[in-house]
Design a protein around this ligand. Sequence first.
Ligand SMILES: Cc1cc2nc3c(=O)[nH]c(=O)nc-3n(C[C@H](O)[C@H](O)[C@H](O)COP(=O)(O)OP(=O)(O)OC[C@H]3O[C@@H](n4cnc5c(N)ncnc54)[C@H](O)[C@@H]3O)c2cc1C
Ligand code: SF4
Length: 510
Amino acid sequence: MRLRLVLGDQLNLKHSWFNEKDESTLYVLYELHQETNYVVHHIQKIVAFFSAMRSFALELQNQGHQVLYYDINSNASKKSLEDNIKDLVREKGIEKFEYQLPDEYRLDKQLKSICKNINIPSKSFDTEHFLTTREELKSFFEGKKQLIMEFFYRYMRKKYDLLMVQGQPLGGQWNFDKNNRKKWKGNPAIPLPYRTKNQGNELVYESIVKVGVKFIGTYDAKNYLYPASREEALEQLDYFCQNLLIYFGDFQDAMHTKERNLFHSRISFALNTKILHPMEVMEAVILYYEKNQERIALSQVEGFIRQILGWREYMRGIYWLEMPDYKGYNRLENFNQLPDFYWTGKTKMNCLKESITDSLETAYAHHIQRLMITGNFALLIQSHPDEVDAWYLGIYADAVEWVQLPNTRGMSQWADGGVVATKPYVSSGSYINKMSNYCEGCHYDQNKRTGENACPFNSLYWNFLAEKKEFFRKNNRMAMMLRLLDKIPSLEMEAIKNRALSIIQNPDDF
Ligand SMILES: Cc1cc2nc3c(=O)[nH]c(=O)nc-3n(C[C@H](O)[C@H](O)[C@H](O)COP(=O)(O)OP(=O)(O)OC[C@H]3O[C@@H](n4cnc5c(N)ncnc54)[C@H](O)[C@@H]3O)c2cc1C
Ligand code: SF4
């Protein structure tokens, strides 16, 4: 008998493993405390993973495969993965162990060690999910000083011949990023997000609560938007093409108090669990565009393709290039704690209150909320990257370490010293005001740098540049900001620093 392990983020029904039914192959899936406890996760993230795993296992059984499923109430769930595999090898007389390569370094190590310890032959398989190998980014950038995403993206466009005409980019331009920076002011109307059937989620939720798994955030069916099956994920993709793609690029960076989703796809959970393949997502989007060119502009589509073909594969490449050291980087030497309000949303700073409340209620925030609100503030108050990582890894339903870590520690916190981003993504309140309506309802005045009601982002921003300027002395992209910093009169700078210090010391008072 052969045992094949399927991990919770390997729910790829199209994997070649499942092409043939075989009496002598046993598939196994576990809901493990080991996985619910390595960080405190959002309750909706756990519900989403377990619901998707249960639905996947059922589908495999319906197709005639032999499947063992251990849920969170089982005795197995309390044991480690290694002990469970050993138990099965013994009880079922397993002669061969097979698994798909995990995407997390932690599990990769664990599985290699399990294979050594079970004393039967073992074999690993590709997940058949990504569009690059683990090493491809490394060889692409061999000998280059900087790992610029744009060059990698162009290579990927050529490699897969996506949005290309005779070797040239469709529309004569690789990148329409400049078109993607519109503020949303109430128009055009935003369709409601795609709703899943939510079948069986209450039961999953109750079982998690019953066994006492620690979690953050809330579970409420009306806010729950994660697909459990391939069928639902395909519906979600279709919904995106039909309703949201039309303005995806334009409002990609916008934020609004009344609109959590704007025109985002929310497809990250289905992608990261491998329910959907990135190529089928991109092909569906491009096909829809080709049939609807009279109403959908190329810039909307290119913006979307860049995220999946470019950023997503790039982040994975960075992860495998830089791990395990990456997890320890703290190049800006930040050591503060995250404020308590990251777990409650209770703060007078409206942008943070809105973005954190969205996250706690839905296990989702879109990219700019993650980068320019919560990430920006965490960096400006000089939080320890370990704290920031744990928060991001826990709170979002799409958070799996290979993609969360380079986004958080790299892009957002610049703790890698510039591997991912050429300069840190920090801003004062003016950027937030430009891209959202958050400042309109805020206790603070976005125009002020000092004084009782001055926007905290303003003093924190200049204080951050002043405190960290030595790290950026040789960085051309920071030169203009550092010149502006030098022009601030010393008395005003002193007031800015004092206000910043009071925020850094007691962020929960603001
Ligand atoms: C601090 C921080 C942490 C993040 N953590 C995660 C994470 O744990 N998991 C995750 O999937 N994404 C993460 N991202 C990237 C991005 O924010 C999410 O992929 C996106 O918000 C998911 O929502 P969506 O599906 O509606 O995306 P859309 O805006 O509709 O974009 C489409 C798809 O593009 C891909 N994508 C877009 N940006 C990125 C990116 N920077 N890196 C990788 N893929 C990208 C995603 O698969 C996404 O589903 C993080 C970003 C930041 C700044
Ligand atoms: S004024 Fe400052 S704190 Fe308030 S919403 Fe705007 S940027 Fe955020």
